[in-house]
Design a protein around this ligand. Structure first.
Ligand code: ADP
Ligand code: MG
Length: 235
């Protein structure tokens, strides 16, 4: 059994995310504009028309997906840190992804530590990060399966493990994970993992990825536990 563990820290991008979005979305929009202009020409075959329309629709999907990966929930430039109850947040993410999961025949199994655990961060960004991971899990299946989400307290950290038993990744793919534009999907952005890793990093967390082609993938996320001072400790 070949395992690969990486530590995702190639990402200094978090502060560049906001600037990136307008740049990223501009490319598919420019392409679409070009093909719409071509459609105006008179002596264009029906076949060509269909082709241009198909490309335009795909490019618009791409623009939408880029926006989804970056800012379904959070404005990247905003800093809005709060104590977050991690299990509440995870359940929330699972609920948000349930319709897509159901459509794809994917079931979430949760196995949470019974502790109430706080982490410090921007709740909307954390949600974006977790959802991008859950979405990839769902997309790793071609005809449904299970995604396991478990948590356990380990000293000063909460460890969150998100596992699928889908198509998995080769070593090379694991190493490229989080690299901007690395995608193996026809309508992929290759930005979802970059966004996830950046957000976890900004929370002083770490992500480890273990994957095997045909067997599945598991993401292990460590986040520092936030300890509230009790009243008697305050001055
Ligand atoms: P996208 O999902 O748009 O392709 P991501 O940055 O989210 O971009 O993921 C990059 C690539 O990493 C995916 O295209 C896929 O090849 C691989 N990947 C990520 N998560 C998984 C997973 N759970 N199972 C298999 N492959 C994955
Ligand atoms: Mg993705």
């Amino acid at each position: 059994l070949l395992k690969r563990v990486i530590k995702a820290e190639k990402l200094e991008v978090v502060s560049h995310l906001a600037a990136s979005i307008s740049h990223e979305v501009r490319n598919p929009l420019t392409t679409t504009k070009g093909f719409l202009q071509l459609l105006r020409e008179e002596d264009i075959s029906q076949e060509k028309k269909e082709e241009y329309i198909e490309i335009s629709l795909n490019e618009l999907d791409r623009a939408t997906n880029i926006i989804k990966d970056y800012l379904t929930f959070a404005r990247p430039e905003a800093e809005n840190n709060h104590p977050i109850e991690i299990h509440t947040e995870l359940r929330n993410c699972i609920n948000v992804m349930s319709p897509l999961a159901q459509m794809e025949n994917v079931q979430f199994n949760e196995n949470f530590s019974s502790d109430d655990i706080l982490v410090l961060g921007d709740p909307l960004k954390l949600k974006q990060s977790l959802i991008n991971i859950l979405k990839n899990g769902i997309e790793s299946y071609s005809s449904g399966g299970i995604i396991e989400i478990s948590t356990i307290k380990e000293d000063a950290h909460i460890k969150i493990v998100i596992s699928d038993y889908g198509k998995g990744m080769t070593d090379d793919q694991v190493l490229r994970l989080g690299e901007p534009y690395f995608s193996t999907k026809s309508n992929g952005t290759g930005l979802g993992m970059m966004v996830s890793f950046s957000i976890i990093k900004a929370m002083n967390g770490h992500i480890y990825v273990k994957s095997q082609p045909g067997a599945g993938t598991s993401f292990t996320i460590f986040l520092p536990i936030y300890l509230k001072l009790s009243v008697s400790q305050q001055y």
